[in-house]
Design a protein around this ligand. Structure first.
Ligand code: APR
Ligand code: ZN
Length: 235
């Protein structure tokens, strides 16, 4: 992975398109029959501007240069996500800062889950300095409200969610560094796109129980990050 160029990564997931369709590339909005409209840095020296590729699983087509530019704007982890249908190629990872995830079972029931105990997850992330994968490399980031406590029913589905959250943690997808939509603070640790329930016995914040759709919603959000039960059984 170390010596692979961005173009080589992108090409892994592409099939050649000899005769591009009369459609626009939805990354640059220019015709697939003409050159890429991408003018930014970082694509000099790569293959011909008019090269078009088809993503192997979903079939969506883009200029090769547009996909390489998109890849270079991300965290360059060897994975690629189709901007149209969100199909993930490779293993998606995030930029969650270093920290700790722990969990244990507590002998109480959550509202809406009277027949089982409760899993409490404790996330702890200290403040630090942003790395190259963060919005402002070299600048400090804050970390508010840690340790953050989260709750899942200790049911079969709740345990499945826990198992997938552990994978999400390892792939650095639970938190991110950015601007908090709740407080407006910049350069701070924020929840990424996987919802957590941080309230135990009530639902004053909207992040509590009961919420009958919660586990299915989380499974859907995890799937959007490329984390599914089937996929975890594979590796
Ligand atoms: N509990 C769980 N999820 C939350 C909470 C909360 N108290 N507040 C916001 N979220 C969800 C939002 O619905 C959104 O989807 O997190 C996502 C990102 O929201 P931000 O406000 O940007 O995230 P963050 O600043 O990390 O969260 C604010 O959450 O756990 C608490 O202590 C934390 O008070 C802080 C609050
Ligand atoms: Zn394009």
């Amino acid at each position: 992975k170390g010596k692979e160029t961005s173009e080589e990564v992108v090409r892994r997931y592409l099939q050649k398109v000899r005769n591009p369709p009369e459609e626009d590339c939805t990354i640059c909005m220019e015709s697939l029959c003409g050159p890429s409209g991408y003018k930014g840095p970082g694509v000099g020296g790569i293959s011909r501007a008019e090269s078009v590729g088809r993503l192997s699983q979903c079939g969506h087509q883009y200029h090769l240069q547009c996909l390489v530019a998109m890849y270079n704007n991300g965290n360059k982890d060897g994975s690629l996500q189709c901007p149209t249908c969100k199909t993930i190629y490779g293993v998606k990872t995030g930029n969650q800062p270093p920290g700790k995830m722990e969990y244990h079972v507590i002998p109480h029931s959550l509202p809406g889950h009277p027949d089982c105990k409760t899993i409490r997850i404790i996330y702890n992330i200290p403040p630090g300095i942003q790395g190259p994968e963060h919005p402002n490399p070299g600048k400090p980031f804050t970390a508010r409200g840690f340790p953050r406590h989260c709750y899942l029913p200790d049911s079969e589905k709740g345990r499945l969610v826990l198992k997938l959250l552990l994978v999400a943690w390892d792939r650095r997808l639970i938190f991110s560094v950015g601007t908090s939509s709740t407080t407006g603070e910049t350069d701070t640790v924020i929840w990424n796109e996987v919802h957590h329930k941080t309230e135990f016995g009530s639902n004053l914040t909207g992040h509590g129980y009961p919420d009958s759709g919660h586990l299915d919603n989380v499974l859907e959000e995890l799937r959007a990050q490329g984390i599914t039960e089937e996929e975890c059984l594979r590796d």
